[in-house]
Design a protein around this ligand. Structure first.
Ligand code: ZN
Length: 134
């Protein structure tokens, strides 16, 4: 794994949270994107070299809706950048980690992504992501 790519925060109302986080960082989000396959609306902020992703559920079955129901708003996942997501999934599976996604899927912000199950990572939901080459 190369570095932390972004930190994902689950929010109830992304418009309100966009205002809140733009006051916090002193600048606006640079992108809003719907990820229909995950039932979420996302927005992205840059804070120096780091990125923060806000996620709001767009339907009740979305993992974000379930997360907020159980735990309330807050840090949802940490995403790590990898060079080759398929090799990394294979490596982690061999190491005994449980993958939620055994195959990479298309995520927000031009990335192929895969999540690890938090029960194999001390309760932390970990996302792998690889930039899609244009
Ligand atoms: Zn993410």
């Amino acid at each position: 794994m190369r570095k932390i790519e972004h930190i994902g925060i689950a929010v109830k109302d992304i418009d309100q949270s966009n205002e809140l986080f733009s006051s916090l960082f002193g600048k606006e989000h640079y992108k809003i994107e719907d990820v229909e396959s995950e039932g979420v609306k996302t927005s992205f902020f840059k804070c120096g070299p780091n990125k923060i992703e806000l996620l709001q559920a767009t339907d009740k079955e979305s993992p974000i809706a379930k997360f907020i129901e159980k735990k309330g708003e807050g840090i949802h996942h940490i995403a790590f950048a990898v060079n080759d997501i398929e090799t990394e999934i294979e490596r982690l599976t061999k190491e005994g980690f449980e993958m939620i996604h055994k195959e990479p899927k298309k995520g927000a912000d031009n990335k192929m992504i895969a999540f690890l199950h938090p029960k194999s990572t001390n309760g932390v939901l970990v996302e792998l992501c690889q930039e899609i080459e244009k």
